[in-house]
Design a protein around this ligand. Structure first.
Ligand code: SF4
Ligand code: SF4
Length: 493
């Protein structure tokens, strides 16, 4: 067959499917080899700090309340001790947009650094569950053999022990997640009370703990490669300047076992000696000795030497693995390192400041500034005040008229608040329908809301045409916290 008729080999074929799916569509279960190293220990320290924060978080209180609470059911949120209510929707939306820009910026510059170092899935999987698995079943080969082998006594007790510990930890995680939703005190109350009194909650807890168990016992890497949307976004967020875990192909290729290289050189030298000619040039050899340790340690089962891939969670295990090999073969570390594609090709340091990162940073700073402005201007109470629908001007006497208004007060704090209304731009009187004691219950109690109606009476000589603009101040502890603008309907309207 002529060269032109040769089929073109698709060297990027691995990108057509994820690494853990075989040609017949079946899952390829990954057994990553145990690997330690500089980056592993650094990640361990970060993971230990985050795990401690996760475990003590629900018990940290600010003014007697949880530091963090995400009670979606009761729409009760506390973030770093600051309570948020459903009325903070705009603030929430701006926070979400700002977070999104930060994620985009961070990913464009540093890739999936979050996944490898901070993500709860990686922290629990690699630093808790995987370590228990190694301790019980041994390293990758032993674990694989155990899985493939028959159900012997050894397999039954090892699997039984592992799954029991996995389930107990999953149960603890589920309780902690619940503590972040309803508060640690409520969870402790539920634990102490009879199951029959909260059977629905008990079933939900079992379901969640089983889900966690399945995620860490079986689903594992599939969470990062197929379920997590952040991983899927990588393709559009990264560019050639993104600093990710990369194989330096300029330095590593052509790869090959170190022994072959020596043998080849010796053969060439012998040939040169026997034929009395100059030593022919030895084919240049890269630093990669093709040991495949970087592939064997990868928890998502990829070969980083193929380039940046969707499945890479930047866990740095291949960096540690390759550094250990480079030490053994006495070559410089860093064949796999944090590097951008451009820095490898151009043999230059990584570039953090690029047009793209600067543009994202400008947007981020503007949004953070706006968010700061909203937070500073955030009042303890949100007031809705408007003329009662369908009502008209009412004559009080020859000199005075009144309008009826409805008000609604939303408390954004965790304390009961007493407020007062005062007319700011006109002389007049306020006559409350019912109690004039404006007490607003704390956020989370009765929706943190108080509502009612009030008549405002003005002197006719103060009226300005059809509708007189009114400014009403909302006062708390004698201090004005809000100004409301509304209108007062004159006679004949
Ligand atoms: S390629 Fe390296 S950094 Fe990426 S997931 Fe695999 S081991 Fe971790
Ligand atoms: S660990 Fe390093 S030397 Fe070994 S195959 Fe991977 S890149 Fe090559």
């Amino acid at each position: 067959m002529a060269d032109s008729q040769q089929p073109i080999r698709d060297t990027e074929e691995f990108r057509d499917h994820i690494s853990t799916v075989a040609e017949d569509g079946k899952r390829i279960y990954v057994y990553p080899k145990k690997q330690k190293g500089r980056y592993y220990w650094r990640r361990t320290i970060v993971a230990a700090i985050l795990l401690i924060l996760f475990l003590v978080g629900p018990f940290i209180k600010v003014d007697g309340r949880p530091l963090m609470l995400f009670n979606v059911l009761k729409r009760d949120f506390i973030i770093f001790g600051i309570p948020f209510t459903p009325q903070d929707t705009f603030l929430f939306a701006v926070t979400m947009i700002t977070s999104l820009v930060i994620i985009v910026l961070f990913t464009a510059v540093f890739g999936r650094l979050f996944c490898g170092w901070v993500c709860p899935q990686t922290i629990f999987m690699e630093h808790v569950f995987r370590r228990i698995e190694y301790a019980i079943e041994g390293d990758a080969n032993k674990s694989r053999r155990l899985d493939k082998g028959p159900w012997t006594k050894e397999k039954i007790w090892k699997k039984g022990l592992k799954w029991t510990i996995f389930y107990l930890i999953s149960l603890i995680i589920a309780h902690y997640f619940l503590a972040y939703i309803i508060g640690a005190d409520e969870v402790l109350k539920l634990i102490k009370s009879p199951i029959g009194s909260h059977i629905g909650g008990f079933i939900a807890m079992i379901i969640f703990s089983v889900i966690f168990f399945m995620v860490f016992a079986n689903v594992r890497d599939q969470v990062c490669t197929t379920i997590c949307p952040y991983g899927r976004l990588q393709g559009v967020l990264l560019d050639k300047n993104s600093i990710v875990v990369s194989y330096d192909f300029e330095r590593g290729e052509p790869r090959g076992p170190i022994k072959k290289k020596k043998k080849k050189k010796t053969e060439l030298e012998n040939l040169a000696a026997s034929t009395d000619v100059a030593t022919p040039a030895v084919e240049p050899q890269g630093d990669c000795v093709d040991c495949e340790l970087c592939v064997k340690v990868c928890p998502t089962g990829i070969d980083i030497r193929n380039g940046t891939q969707l499945e890479c969670i930047n866990c740095t295990l291949c960096m540690d693995a390759c550094n250990s090999i480079m030490d053994k073969v006495k070559r410089p570390q860093g064949l796999i390192r944090y590097a951008s594609y451009n820095s490898i090709v151009e043999h230059k340091p990584n570039k953090v400041l690029t047009t793209r990162s600067i543009a994202y940073s400008v947007v981020m700073v503007v949004l953070l500034g706006f968010l700061g402005y909203l937070m500073v201007g955030r009042t303890a109470v949100k007031t809705f005040f408007q003329r009662a629908r369908g009502t008209i001007y009412m004559e009080v006497d020859a000199n005075h008229g009144k309008n009826l208004y409805n008000y609604q007060l939303i408390n954004k704090t965790r304390d009961e608040i007493s407020v007062d209304f005062k007319l700011l731009n006109k002389e007049g009187t306020l006559e409350f329908v019912g109690s004039k004691d404006l007490k607003v219950p704390p956020a989370g109690v009765n929706g943190g809301m108080a509502e009612g109606a009030v008549f405002i009476t003005l002197d006719k000589k103060d009226l300005e045409g059809k509708t007189t603009p009114l400014k009403i101040g909302v006062f708390k502890d004698g201090k004005q916290i809000e100004t409301i603008e509304t209108g007062f309907l004159g006679p004949g309207q």
